[in-house]
Design a protein. Structure first.
Length: 188
């Protein structure tokens, strides 16, 4: 599956499945968000080539979904504007559930890329992996992300208070979920 998105800046962005040459771009985006220090409960950037490649190899082995947003006129690895991954849970009895994570490069936020990444990741998770429900978690002060998730139909199903402690500050974790059939019904 592949989609072309026209941003309000006039730029075109391709939304598609990840390929091996996207690895560095994806990890650069991840490390940028780690450096921002307010969105993910991760303290250290990933620098190791082995770790980056192993992540990709496992993704392929487990046939997990990773959708990327690609700028056709930018050079690799800057061309990867964002990514959305849906991973399987560890439980044998929860193969119908996918766990979603998403990142968009700082410069390209609020342009609709996040919406389109999540949309394709949800649909492909059902089509290719038989997922029925998507779960995610988010810091309670991440208003942009929460706004986007709720707009797409995710429901808040719980809160873990002071779940994370970073930079001398506690963060509550909001837990959300979405049934894919409901999503497809509401956003055909
Ligand atoms: C969260 C994230 C993935 C969203 O991607 P994006 O491309 O910026 O999302 P979109 O442009 O599709 O949608 C963002 C929406 O939030 C809105 N928004 C932006 N800032 C907001 C704020 N402070 N409060 C409420 N809504 C806000 C935008 O207006 C937009 O809504 P609209 O389409 O109805 O106008 C991206 O901003 C990001 O990578 N953030 C840092 C990492 C992160 O938070 N990851 C998720 C961790 S749970």
């Amino acid at each position: 599956m592949k989609e072309v998105l026209k941003l309000k800046t006039g730029e075109k962005v391709i939304i598609r499945h990840i390929v091996e040459s996207d690895i560095d771009g994806v990890w650069n985006n991840f490390n940028e968000v780690v450096e921002e220090g307010i969105y993910l409960p991760v303290l250290f950037p990933v620098k190791s080539r082995f770790e980056k490649q192993s992540w990709y190899n496992n993704l392929q082995k487990d046939k997990e979904i990773c959708i990327v947003a690609v700028h056709p006129n930018l050079k690799n690895p800057c061309n990867i504007l964002g990514q959305c991954e849906v991973s399987s849970l560890d439980w044998d009895a929860a193969t119908h559930v996918g766990s979603l994570g998403i990142i968009v490069q700082k410069k390209y936020r609020d342009l609709g890329i996040g919406f389109h990444l999540i949309d394709m990741a949800i649909r492909e998770s059902k089509k290719l992996n038989g997922k029925e429900k998507i779960i995610l978690s988010c810091f309670s002060n991440n208003e942009r992300a929460l706004n986007l998730y709720m707009k797409m139909g995710f429901k808040v199903i719980g809160k873990r208070e002071k779940q994370f402690y970073m930079d001398s500050q506690y963060f509550d974790e909001i837990l959300m979920e979405l049934w894919i059939d409901d999503y497809i019904l509401n956003q055909p």
